[in-house]
Design a protein around this ligand. Structure first.
Ligand SMILES: Nc1ncnc2c1ncn2[C@@H]1O[C@H](COP(=O)(O)OP(=O)(O)OP(=O)(O)O)[C@@H](O)[C@H]1O
Length: 281
């Protein structure tokens, strides 16, 4: 008998405002079980705010959020147990070893005491940090810190892993290494992944589907190939050159349009991006 597919995540009419700023504005979003879903969008589009609503870190907003069928409003702890979250901000403690950092998360996420040591070991091995596990995290490179944060999120064996710009500020080799680790765990466990990134090449290569968010809502949705094809066909229909194949970056610019320049300039957004890039750079 085939199992009914369960959506890993559904958001309906999700809305969140900071004072007069509507960061998320009636967001409808579905992430299917087992897929890697990329949430893309310019600075300030509302991606981080939407993610923080899903993780139940922000006060309950209007709209509904369901994680594997559990309502975030009424079953908050059930939702939290299903999630792993790697935020944009540093979540590892430089004064602890890699192993101690992951063990801390194992305790916080209620991994049974008898299983903890082994689960911590497995999580560190899954991100290739076994050899560095007993060094202080403060001595790690940017790529190692990101992999350590991944281990922290993985130690509770989440069914939905949420990553907010996991590769920002990393060199190409470290970026590939982070994605290789994510994909290996996915292949082994069937875990679903929701990721934000500003790197269009990563979204194209690693995401099964992407949603382009702009001004608090999804404005375009599909597989990277379908989105590229759709824009290419439209350009040709409008009399453009057939040779100009659309890239995902073209789709991004097409959706965000001229609003991009004005939207990317916010002081808070630049500051937070730089802060993140600096800490891992
Ligand atoms: N704590 C806050 N206080 C006030 N305004 C905020 C706060 N956090 C976010 N905002 C505003 O909400 C909007 C959405 O921000 P958010 O960080 O969710 O966007 P984002 O798409 O994740 O951007 P980025 O790609 O830069 O991370 C922006 O206009 C931002 O300035």
């Amino acid at each position: 008998m085939t199992r009914e597919p369960v959506e890993a995540l559904t958001c309906q009419g999700l809305t969140y405002a900071f004072g007069g700023t509507k960061a998320v504005d009636g967001l409808d979003l579905t992430v299917r079980e087992g897929e890697v879903f990329g949430l893309l969008g310019p600075n300030g589009a509302g991606k981080t705010t939407a993610i923080r609503c899903v993780t139940t870190l922000l006060p309950l907003p209007p709209g509904t959020v369901r994680v594997f069928g559990h309502d975030a409003a009424t079953e908050r702890m059930a939702v939290r147990r299903l999630l792993g979250y790697v935020p944009q901000q540093l979540s590892a403690d430089a004064a602890l070893t890699g192993r101690q950092n992951v063990a801390l998360f194992a305790r916080v996420f209620d991994v049974p005491r008898r299983e903890r040591a082994e689960r911590v070991r497995q999580a560190l091995a899954a991100v290739d940090l076994d050899d560095a596990a007993d060094r202080l995290a403060g001595t790690y490179s940017g790529g190692m810190v990101r992999r350590l944060e991944l281990a922290q999120a993985l130690v509770s064996a989440p069914r939905l892993l949420i990553l907010d710009e996991p590769t920002i500020g990393l060199d190409p080799i470290a970026r590939t290494s982070v994605w290789d680790r994510i994909n290996a765990v996915r292949a082994a466990t069937g875990m679903t992944v929701l990721v934000t990134t500003h790197y269009m090449d990563e979204a194209d290569q690693y995401c099964d589907r992407v949603g382009l968010m702009h001004r608090g809502r999804i404005r375009a949705l599909g597989t990277p190939a379908a989105l590229r094809r759709g824009l290419g066909e439209r350009r040709r229909a409008e009399g453009g050159t057939a040779a100009a194949a659309a890239t995902l970056e073209d789709v991004f610019r097409d959706v965000a349009g001229r609003g991009l320049d004005e939207l990317s300039g916010g002081f808070r957004d630049v500051r937070s991006t730089r802060r993140t890039a600096r800490r891992v750079g």
